[in-house]
Write a protein that binds this ligand. Structure first.
Ligand code: BES
Ligand code: MN
Ligand code: MN
Length: 455
């Protein structure tokens, strides 16, 4: 039987098994779900074994386990290391979901569930593609799986694991499906990811919450001050004002900009989908350039003072914000965090005390399109979709990709099958059944092309 007909005749089970994974609330950020995260690791291990992998283990770390498994068929063949993550983002606010986040539901050809696209659905395509290649004697490369449970919280323990297991993880390419394509009829391959610098800031004014009438106007209000300070981080051209922030930013060449301008992009549809009147960003750049090639600074959350029912007249003692900066080549997350911190502290008025606490970071990546892994992925996409994929630069981050290159000296290919409209990290995340099966179909083609291109 061909791999394609094996996939065809096992479609229902492939969906059913993905649903089993999606029912486990493996939220890595919330310790209340720690047991579920672990259970999810065990379930992934079970499916890997069932698919035919050898040496399946839960590699214990200081955090959640990494699921490892492999099938090493012939040392003369190239080796593909598949990376993915089984943890998911929190599902809150739950009341905005039309169906419960951990009860996967099929509607209009889409699977609705937290993690459906990011990344359980995309990661599991590799397990099912592997099973299909095993069952049809079509596995064309050696394969290693490394599926982690801490991607959504910064992959803090994966770097250590990679460093300690260089030989075990040795591979000719790292294959990841955790990004998106332009559209179902417009295949594309992500060649770029942004880096990340994430900080939490706290502004403290008076030692207790005060009466906002008795003290208002005479004492610094930490929330007002925080808003002021945040406003000062960008000018009216949406240019970030932190001194030195752009020093290392690689200026994209005019050729690259011209190529990006040809990428199909419907601004009207984009605005309509988000229900916004207009887009907003750095002056002088298109929307695609803003997300793909330019760094940003965004407040992810801000709190303090009274937010209960009704009105309480209070001058708060404290205010907080979580701030992310997306980085582009050749910015360094450590350096940017330092620059942010120096600047933020320098603009604080005397009436408050300010602290900056760094969270996780990650480095940006840009992968070449003239490499064997890219060419193999492009050929595989072409076989499936009948069109040459367009190289694109994603705005999101997968910090471990830069680390793989540093620690394992291995290049990554980002062959993702999601869509930007899949609502990852948002309520009603979904993944197309079409995308799930196109992925399962395309992955064996990648193995085939990669083996052929690596004689
Ligand atoms: N899969 C995403 C990253 C992504 C999505 C890249 C779409 C390109 C296109 C990943 O799971 C993710 O969400 N990463 C985090 C970073 C992490 C350190 C929390 C992100 O980008 O916010
Ligand atoms: Mn992901
Ligand atoms: Mn994510």
């Amino acid at each position: 039987m061909s791999t394609k007909s094996y996939i065809e005749s096992n479609k229902d089970r492939f969906l059913d098994e993905l649903f089993q994974l999606l029912r486990i609330p493996s939220i890595s950020a919330d310790s209340a779900y720690a047991n579920d995260v672990r259970k999810c690791a065990e379930t992934v291990a079970h499916f890997l074994t069932q698919a035919g992998a050898d040496n399946v283990v839960l590699e214990e770390t200081a955090g959640f386990p990494i699921v490892y498994g492999d099938k090493l068929i012939d040392p003369s063949l190239p080796t593909v290391l598949v990376y993915g993550h089984y943890d998911v983002q929190p599902s809150v606010p739950n009341e905005l979901w039309h169906t419960p986040p951990f009860e996967p539901t099929l509607k209009d050809g889409k699977i609705y569930a937290r993690g459906a696209c990011d990344d359980k659905g995309q990661m599991f395509m590799h397990v099912k593609a592997f099973e299909s290649m095993m069952q049809t004697q079509e596995l064309a490369c050696n394969i290693k799986f490394m599926i982690e449970g801490e991607e959504e919280v910064g992959s803090n323990n994966l770097g250590t694991y990679c460093k300690a297991n260089k030989e075990k993880l040795k591979a000719d390419v790292i294959l990841i499906s955790d990004t998106s394509m332009l559209a179902n009829d417009l295949p594309s391959i992500d060649i770029g990811l942004r880096g990340l610098s994430y900080v939490e800031v706290a502004v403290t004014g008076p030692n207790i919450d005060l009466h906002s009438g008795v003290y208002g106007g005479a004492v610094a209000n930490p929330i007002n001050v925080l808003c002021d300070m945040i406003a000062r981080m960008k000018d009216d051209k949406q240019h970030i004002t932190i001194p030195g922030f752009y020093d290392d930013v690689v200026i994209v060449s005019e050729e690259d900009r011209a190529a990006m301008a040809k990428t199909p992009f419907d601004l009207e549809a984009y605005k309509k989908h988000l229900d916004i009147e207009d887009v907003m960003g750095e002056t002088g750049y298109t929307t695609i350039e803003r997300t793909g090639t330019r760094p940003t600074l965004d407040v992810n959350g801000i709190w303090g003072g009274y937010i209960g029912e009704g009105a309480k007249t209070v001058l708060p003692s404290k205010a907080y914000a979580k701030i992310s900066m997306r980085l582009v080549p050749n910015q360094s997350s450590e350096k940017i965090t330092q620059l942010f911190s120096d600047y933020f502290l320098s603009i604080a008025p005397k009436g408050v005390r300010v602290t900056v606490t760094p969270h996780h970071g990650g480095e940006p990546v840009l992968t070449p399109t003239d490499s064997v892994p890219y060419k193999a992925a492009a050929a595989a996409m072409k076989d499936t979709f009948g069109l040459d994929p367009i190289p694109t630069r994603g705005g999101g981050s997968i910090p471990i990709v830069a680390l793989f290159e540093k620690e394992l000296q291995t290049k990554t290919v980002l062959m993702g099958f999601g869509l930007d409209s899949d609502a990852i990290h948002s309520p009603n995340e979904h993944y197309g059944v079409f995308n799930y099966f196109r992925g399962i179909e395309t992955i064996p083609r990648f193995f085939h092309h990669f083996a052929k291109m690596n004689p």
